[in-house]
Design a protein around this ligand. Structure first.
Ligand code: CO
Length: 218
């Protein structure tokens, strides 16, 4: 408990400092949240959404899981997405992965890690789709490339949910951003232009990838 006293003291100091600048801050926030952004990122402790984007409480709605996965069968992420789109009416969805992601690395390794291997099945499948490209790279570079491919794939998954397709059909303006964060310099890089509208199925690179998977399937 002693160890956690520091956290509670930090919390009081933080609340006091905000009150000193804006005595109404917490009262206003308690009455409503009106964020413009939904963040879907990795659980990694080194990638805290608010801090790395300089946003205050109330400004970004956040969902994090290991390796920033958007699985169409995951009610957790779907519930977050639906609430963010239909109720909060956020304008931007940010899928933010990071280089050196342990989850993505685990998906590339040929040994058991436990339950997490089931969670990472989609990334393992993605690595098989891109096997030729990944095998040509050094191990660390292969992890980083798969981190990028994973962000791009998860952004497409978001775009293809009924939640986004219905929102766009209604004329709601929502953009999906594919970002990646570098742990050793703290910088975010967009990987592609934002997705503003439904995308074709499959995307051109997925057609190639699907053929590759068939040729290489084991
Ligand atoms: Co990670």
């Amino acid at each position: 408990m002693d160890a956690l006293n520091e956290l509670l003291e930090n919390n009081r100091a933080w609340a006091n400092s905000i009150n000193a600048n804006d005595p109404d801050f917490f009262r206003k926030l308690a009455n409503q949240q009106n964020p413009e952004y939904l963040w879907i990122g990795c659980s990694d402790s080194r990638v805290p959404a608010n801090q790395i984007t300089g946003l205050a409480p109330g400004e970004i709605f956040v969902h994090r899981n290991v390796a920033n996965i958007v699985a169409e069968t995951d009610f957790n992420v779907l519930a977050v997405l639906q609430y963010a789109v239909d109720v909060l009416k956020i304008r931007h969805i940010i899928i933010c992965g990071h280089y050196g992601c342990g989850g993505v690395q685990a998906a590339l390794e040929n040994f058991r890690h436990g339950m997490i291997d089931n969670w990472l099945a989609g990334i393992r499948s993605l690595s098989r789709m891109h096997r030729t490209e990944l095998e040509a790279l050094e191990p660390a570079a292969a992890v980083d490339r798969l981190c990028e491919l994973n962000v791009l794939a998860q952004a497409r998954h978001v775009a293809r949910t009924t939640i986004l397709e219905d929102a766009w059909e209604r004329g709601q303006k929502i953009s999906i951003h594919s970002w990646i964060y570098r742990l050793d310099n703290g910088l975010i890089t967009p990987l592609r232009s934002p997705i503003h509208a439904p995308i074709d199925f499959p995307a051109p690179e997925e057609k190639i990838a699907a053929g590759d998977e068939l040729l290489n399937s084991d």
